[in-house]
Design a protein around this ligand. Structure first.
Ligand code: ADP
Length: 262
Protein backbone atom coordinates (compact mmCIF):
# COMPACT_ATOMS: atom_id res chain seq x y z
CA UNK A 1 0.00 0.00 0.00
CA UNK A 2 1.34 3.46 -0.83
CA UNK A 3 2.34 5.90 1.93
CA UNK A 4 -0.11 8.75 2.58
CA UNK A 5 0.91 12.03 4.18
CA UNK A 6 -1.80 14.17 5.78
CA UNK A 7 -1.81 17.35 7.87
CA UNK A 8 -3.96 18.91 10.59
CA UNK A 9 -3.78 22.66 11.17
CA UNK A 10 -5.40 24.09 14.32
CA UNK A 11 -5.62 27.89 14.37
CA UNK A 12 -6.66 28.70 17.93
CA UNK A 13 -7.30 32.05 19.59
CA UNK A 14 -3.94 32.01 21.32
CA UNK A 15 -1.81 29.45 19.51
CA UNK A 16 -1.48 27.76 16.13
CA UNK A 17 -0.75 24.05 16.06
CA UNK A 18 0.15 21.71 13.18
CA UNK A 19 0.74 17.99 12.80
CA UNK A 20 1.94 15.93 9.82
CA UNK A 21 1.20 12.21 9.70
CA UNK A 22 2.82 9.53 7.55
CA UNK A 23 -0.08 7.08 7.53
CA UNK A 24 -0.75 6.87 11.30
CA UNK A 25 2.70 7.93 12.43
CA UNK A 26 3.35 11.52 13.53
CA UNK A 27 6.40 12.81 11.63
CA UNK A 28 6.27 16.50 12.65
CA UNK A 29 4.35 18.80 14.99
CA UNK A 30 4.69 22.38 16.13
CA UNK A 31 2.99 24.96 18.36
CA UNK A 32 3.44 28.71 18.00
CA UNK A 33 1.57 31.86 19.02
CA UNK A 34 -1.27 32.89 16.71
CA UNK A 35 -0.45 36.21 15.10
CA UNK A 36 -3.02 38.92 14.33
CA UNK A 37 -3.50 37.46 10.83
CA UNK A 38 -4.88 33.86 10.98
CA UNK A 39 -4.05 33.23 7.32
CA UNK A 40 -0.43 34.22 7.87
CA UNK A 41 -0.28 32.08 11.07
CA UNK A 42 -1.58 29.09 9.11
CA UNK A 43 0.98 29.50 6.32
CA UNK A 44 3.82 30.02 8.73
CA UNK A 45 3.08 26.98 10.92
CA UNK A 46 2.55 24.78 7.87
CA UNK A 47 5.97 25.87 6.57
CA UNK A 48 7.55 24.91 9.91
CA UNK A 49 6.14 21.36 9.94
CA UNK A 50 6.93 20.88 6.25
CA UNK A 51 10.51 21.87 6.87
CA UNK A 52 10.73 19.67 10.01
CA UNK A 53 9.48 16.67 8.06
CA UNK A 54 11.50 17.46 4.91
CA UNK A 55 8.31 17.29 2.82
CA UNK A 56 6.92 19.62 0.16
CA UNK A 57 3.35 20.98 0.32
CA UNK A 58 2.54 18.98 -2.81
CA UNK A 59 3.29 15.67 -1.09
CA UNK A 60 0.57 16.17 1.53
CA UNK A 61 -2.44 14.19 0.34
CA UNK A 62 -5.14 15.87 2.42
CA UNK A 63 -5.22 18.78 4.87
CA UNK A 64 -7.94 19.51 7.46
CA UNK A 65 -8.09 22.83 9.31
CA UNK A 66 -9.70 23.29 12.71
CA UNK A 67 -9.83 25.87 15.50
CA UNK A 68 -11.52 29.21 15.59
CA UNK A 69 -9.49 30.44 12.58
CA UNK A 70 -10.13 27.29 10.53
CA UNK A 71 -11.90 29.08 7.70
CA UNK A 72 -8.79 31.20 7.18
CA UNK A 73 -6.61 28.32 5.99
CA UNK A 74 -6.84 28.70 2.21
CA UNK A 75 -4.67 25.65 1.42
CA UNK A 76 -6.84 23.25 3.51
CA UNK A 77 -9.01 20.68 1.72
CA UNK A 78 -11.69 20.94 4.41
CA UNK A 79 -12.44 22.21 7.90
CA UNK A 80 -13.89 20.50 10.96
CA UNK A 81 -14.85 21.87 14.41
CA UNK A 82 -12.35 21.64 17.28
CA UNK A 83 -14.88 19.54 19.21
CA UNK A 84 -14.77 16.74 16.61
CA UNK A 85 -11.01 17.06 16.18
CA UNK A 86 -10.22 16.88 19.92
CA UNK A 87 -12.44 13.79 20.24
CA UNK A 88 -10.73 12.15 17.26
CA UNK A 89 -7.23 13.06 18.45
CA UNK A 90 -7.92 11.89 22.02
CA UNK A 91 -9.33 8.60 20.72
CA UNK A 92 -6.18 8.10 18.60
CA UNK A 93 -3.95 8.57 21.66
CA UNK A 94 -6.17 6.54 24.03
CA UNK A 95 -8.93 4.51 22.34
CA UNK A 96 -10.67 3.87 25.69
CA UNK A 97 -11.25 7.63 26.22
CA UNK A 98 -14.92 8.58 26.72
CA UNK A 99 -14.69 12.09 28.14
CA UNK A 100 -12.42 14.95 27.05
CA UNK A 101 -11.92 18.33 28.62
CA UNK A 102 -10.31 20.82 26.24
CA UNK A 103 -9.33 24.06 27.98
CA UNK A 104 -7.92 26.53 25.48
CA UNK A 105 -7.24 30.23 25.38
CA UNK A 106 -10.71 31.44 24.56
CA UNK A 107 -13.10 28.71 25.61
CA UNK A 108 -13.40 25.40 27.39
CA UNK A 109 -15.28 22.33 26.23
CA UNK A 110 -16.33 19.10 27.88
CA UNK A 111 -16.84 16.40 25.25
CA UNK A 112 -18.22 12.85 25.37
CA UNK A 113 -17.24 10.42 22.60
CA UNK A 114 -17.69 6.80 21.58
CA UNK A 115 -15.04 4.15 20.94
CA UNK A 116 -14.41 5.53 17.46
CA UNK A 117 -13.78 9.07 18.65
CA UNK A 118 -17.18 10.33 17.44
CA UNK A 119 -18.76 13.08 19.53
CA UNK A 120 -21.87 11.95 21.41
CA UNK A 121 -22.41 15.07 23.56
CA UNK A 122 -20.62 18.26 24.55
CA UNK A 123 -20.89 21.40 26.67
CA UNK A 124 -19.02 24.60 26.00
CA UNK A 125 -18.11 27.78 27.84
CA UNK A 126 -17.33 30.50 25.32
CA UNK A 127 -19.32 33.38 26.81
CA UNK A 128 -16.95 34.32 29.58
CA UNK A 129 -13.18 34.14 30.10
CA UNK A 130 -13.62 32.59 33.58
CA UNK A 131 -12.52 28.96 33.22
CA UNK A 132 -10.27 29.57 30.22
CA UNK A 133 -6.57 30.04 29.53
CA UNK A 134 -7.17 33.71 28.79
CA UNK A 135 -8.05 34.33 32.42
CA UNK A 136 -4.88 32.56 33.59
CA UNK A 137 -2.83 34.60 31.09
CA UNK A 138 -4.32 37.88 32.37
CA UNK A 139 -3.60 37.03 35.99
CA UNK A 140 -0.07 35.85 35.09
CA UNK A 141 0.61 39.11 33.24
CA UNK A 142 -0.81 41.22 36.08
CA UNK A 143 1.45 39.36 38.53
CA UNK A 144 4.45 39.51 36.14
CA UNK A 145 4.75 35.71 36.18
CA UNK A 146 5.29 33.53 33.07
CA UNK A 147 2.15 31.43 32.49
CA UNK A 148 4.29 28.23 32.55
CA UNK A 149 5.14 28.98 36.18
CA UNK A 150 1.57 29.57 37.40
CA UNK A 151 0.85 25.86 37.99
CA UNK A 152 4.08 24.92 39.82
CA UNK A 153 3.99 28.07 42.01
CA UNK A 154 0.31 27.50 42.85
CA UNK A 155 1.22 24.06 44.26
CA UNK A 156 3.64 25.65 46.70
CA UNK A 157 1.19 27.38 49.05
CA UNK A 158 2.81 29.66 51.65
CA UNK A 159 -0.15 30.34 54.02
CA UNK A 160 -3.39 29.34 52.32
CA UNK A 161 -4.98 29.53 48.89
CA UNK A 162 -6.54 32.98 48.47
CA UNK A 163 -10.31 33.24 47.94
CA UNK A 164 -10.96 34.38 44.37
CA UNK A 165 -14.23 34.78 42.47
CA UNK A 166 -14.78 31.79 40.18
CA UNK A 167 -17.79 33.02 38.25
CA UNK A 168 -16.49 36.23 36.68
CA UNK A 169 -13.05 37.10 35.35
CA UNK A 170 -13.58 40.85 36.00
CA UNK A 171 -14.41 40.24 39.68
CA UNK A 172 -11.53 37.76 39.87
CA UNK A 173 -9.11 40.41 38.61
CA UNK A 174 -10.42 42.89 41.16
CA UNK A 175 -9.82 40.19 43.82
CA UNK A 176 -6.24 39.71 42.57
CA UNK A 177 -5.45 43.45 42.78
CA UNK A 178 -6.96 43.62 46.28
CA UNK A 179 -4.91 40.61 47.41
CA UNK A 180 -1.65 42.05 46.01
CA UNK A 181 -2.32 45.31 47.90
CA UNK A 182 -2.94 43.30 51.08
CA UNK A 183 0.50 41.69 50.63
CA UNK A 184 -0.81 38.15 50.05
CA UNK A 185 1.97 35.91 48.70
CA UNK A 186 2.08 35.40 44.92
CA UNK A 187 1.83 31.59 45.29
CA UNK A 188 -1.35 31.89 47.39
CA UNK A 189 -2.97 34.20 44.83
CA UNK A 190 -2.06 31.77 42.04
CA UNK A 191 -3.41 28.85 44.13
CA UNK A 192 -6.72 30.70 44.49
CA UNK A 193 -6.76 31.48 40.77
CA UNK A 194 -6.17 27.84 39.75
CA UNK A 195 -8.78 26.71 42.26
CA UNK A 196 -11.34 29.18 40.87
CA UNK A 197 -10.67 27.95 37.30
CA UNK A 198 -11.03 24.31 38.41
CA UNK A 199 -14.35 25.08 40.17
CA UNK A 200 -15.66 26.72 37.03
CA UNK A 201 -14.61 23.75 34.89
CA UNK A 202 -16.29 21.24 37.23
CA UNK A 203 -19.64 22.92 36.43
CA UNK A 204 -18.95 22.40 32.72
CA UNK A 205 -18.04 18.72 33.17
CA UNK A 206 -21.17 18.17 35.30
CA UNK A 207 -23.31 19.31 32.37
CA UNK A 208 -22.34 16.22 30.31
CA UNK A 209 -21.47 13.81 33.12
CA UNK A 210 -18.00 12.41 33.65
CA UNK A 211 -17.10 8.96 32.39
CA UNK A 212 -13.63 7.37 32.52
CA UNK A 213 -11.34 7.22 30.69
CA UNK A 214 -11.04 10.95 30.98
CA UNK A 215 -8.47 13.05 29.10
CA UNK A 216 -7.49 16.71 29.32
CA UNK A 217 -6.38 18.49 26.13
CA UNK A 218 -5.56 22.09 25.21
CA UNK A 219 -2.85 24.35 26.62
CA UNK A 220 -4.29 24.56 30.15
CA UNK A 221 -3.72 20.79 30.54
CA UNK A 222 -0.05 21.84 30.95
CA UNK A 223 -0.96 23.77 34.10
CA UNK A 224 -0.38 21.34 36.97
CA UNK A 225 -2.16 23.70 39.38
CA UNK A 226 -5.44 23.47 37.45
CA UNK A 227 -5.03 19.75 36.60
CA UNK A 228 -4.38 18.67 40.21
CA UNK A 229 -7.26 20.73 41.61
CA UNK A 230 -9.63 19.38 38.96
CA UNK A 231 -8.59 15.84 39.81
CA UNK A 232 -9.27 16.54 43.48
CA UNK A 233 -12.72 18.03 42.81
CA UNK A 234 -13.82 15.41 40.27
CA UNK A 235 -12.30 12.42 42.04
CA UNK A 236 -11.03 11.04 38.71
CA UNK A 237 -7.45 11.15 37.45
CA UNK A 238 -7.28 12.68 33.99
CA UNK A 239 -5.01 11.23 31.34
CA UNK A 240 -2.68 13.99 30.10
CA UNK A 241 -1.12 13.31 26.69
CA UNK A 242 2.55 14.09 26.17
CA UNK A 243 1.67 17.31 24.25
CA UNK A 244 -1.99 18.12 25.09
CA UNK A 245 -1.98 21.30 23.00
CA UNK A 246 -1.67 19.44 19.65
CA UNK A 247 -4.54 16.96 20.14
CA UNK A 248 -6.94 19.05 18.00
CA UNK A 249 -4.39 19.26 15.16
CA UNK A 250 -3.68 15.53 15.53
CA UNK A 251 -7.40 14.76 15.29
CA UNK A 252 -7.63 16.96 12.19
CA UNK A 253 -4.74 15.02 10.60
CA UNK A 254 -6.44 11.69 11.43
CA UNK A 255 -9.70 12.95 9.86
CA UNK A 256 -7.63 14.03 6.83
CA UNK A 257 -6.20 10.51 6.62
CA UNK A 258 -9.72 9.01 6.76
CA UNK A 259 -10.75 11.35 3.91
CA UNK A 260 -7.68 10.46 1.85
CA UNK A 261 -8.51 6.76 2.22
CA UNK A 262 -12.16 7.14 1.13
P1 ADP B 1 -6.32 27.94 21.70
O1 ADP B 1 -6.52 26.63 20.95
O2 ADP B 1 -7.59 28.63 22.05
O3 ADP B 1 -5.33 28.82 21.02
P2 ADP B 1 -4.60 26.48 23.52
O4 ADP B 1 -5.17 25.10 23.62
O5 ADP B 1 -3.40 26.66 22.67
O6 ADP B 1 -5.73 27.53 23.12
O7 ADP B 1 -4.30 26.94 25.01
C1 ADP B 1 -3.81 28.23 25.29
C2 ADP B 1 -3.70 28.40 26.78
O8 ADP B 1 -2.85 27.37 27.32
C3 ADP B 1 -3.04 29.70 27.16
O9 ADP B 1 -4.03 30.68 27.34
C4 ADP B 1 -2.27 29.36 28.45
O10 ADP B 1 -3.03 29.72 29.60
C5 ADP B 1 -2.13 27.85 28.44
N1 ADP B 1 -0.74 27.39 28.26
C6 ADP B 1 -0.06 27.31 27.10
N2 ADP B 1 1.18 26.82 27.31
C7 ADP B 1 1.27 26.58 28.65
C8 ADP B 1 2.30 26.07 29.50
N3 ADP B 1 3.50 25.69 29.02
N4 ADP B 1 2.03 25.97 30.82
C9 ADP B 1 0.84 26.33 31.32
N5 ADP B 1 -0.17 26.83 30.57
C10 ADP B 1 0.04 26.95 29.25
Amino acid sequence: MRTIYTAGIDIGSSSAKAVILRDKEMVAWHVQQTGPDSMESARSIFDVVLSESGLSAGSIGHIIATGYGRINVPFADGHVTEISCHAKGANFVLPSVRCILDIGGQDSKAIRCDGKGRVTNFAMNDKCAAGTGRHLDRVATALKTPVEKVGPLSMNIVEQAAKINSTCTVFAQVDVIRLVRKGVHLNDILAGTCDAIASRIVELVDRIGLEADFMMTGGVAKNIGVVNRLEEKLGVKPHIPEEPQIIGALGAAILALEKALE
